[in-house]
Design a protein around this ligand. Structure first.
Ligand code: FES
Length: 193
């Protein structure tokens, strides 16, 4: 059965057709731009990988000024709190250890308990051995150890390697960083197992 002209749906006008074509063209353009944008972003990351945080060796004190069995608190220019300790009798790299004094669980300060031979976090009874390995509490359950920083002795100077990005050495080593080590003491065990 043939339809009369009056029964047919109204023909799409030129104006509507143009609107439809413009909209679909715009959608296609946006889609292509998004696709190429993602590709460019991935390519950019491949060609120009994100810059690694800058690190530097900072002076803590003269190596021999930190007596065996003692340590000192050190605040890195980036704000990280570190305890640098001398466990050995000598003044070689291996006689020193630098650990974060911030609990990896929720960020409380840990302190050394010589009577228990451990670092202790009072917030949730977290405990760590002298190497910073979690032994009790939530940090042990989650396998969260104290962050360890590289230390070395260079020409008699005790140095610790830390990130320096946020403050960029804060006018590099203000005078209080150059105080003799015994100025601030933290008891630490005398020997390393
Ligand atoms: S913050 Fe140290 S155990 Fe929770």
């Amino acid at each position: 059965m043939s339809q009369t002209a009056s029964n047919l749906p109204p023909a799409i006008g030129n104006e509507e057709r143009r609107t439809f074509l413009s909209a679909s063209g715009l959608a296609m353009t946006v889609g292509l731009a998004a696709g190429y944008g993602s590709f460019a972003a991935i390519l950019g990351q491949f060609l120009y990988p994100a810059e690694q945080p800058r690190r530097a060796w900072l002076f803590v004190c003269l190596a021999e000024e930190l007596p065996p069995g003692e340590g000192r608190d050190f605040v890195a220019p980036s704000g990280q709190r570190i305890v640098v300790a001398r466990h050995g009798q000598g003044t070689n790299d291996a006689d020193y250890l630098a650990l974060s004094s911030v609990c990896p669980h929720l960020g409380c300060r840990v302190h050394w308990e010589p009577q228990h031979d451990r670092f202790f976090c009072p917030c949730h009874n977290g405990a760590f051995d002298r190497q910073g390995r979690a032994t009790e509490g939530p940090p042990a359950a989650a396998g969260q150890h104290l962050v360890r920083f590289p230390v070395k002795v260079d020409r008699g100077m005790l140095l610790v390697e830390v990130p320096v990005d946020s403050v960029l050495t804060a006018a590099l080593l203000p005078s209080d960083r150059l105080q003799p080590c015994p100025a601030v003491r933290t008891e630490v065990p005398r020997s390393v197992s």
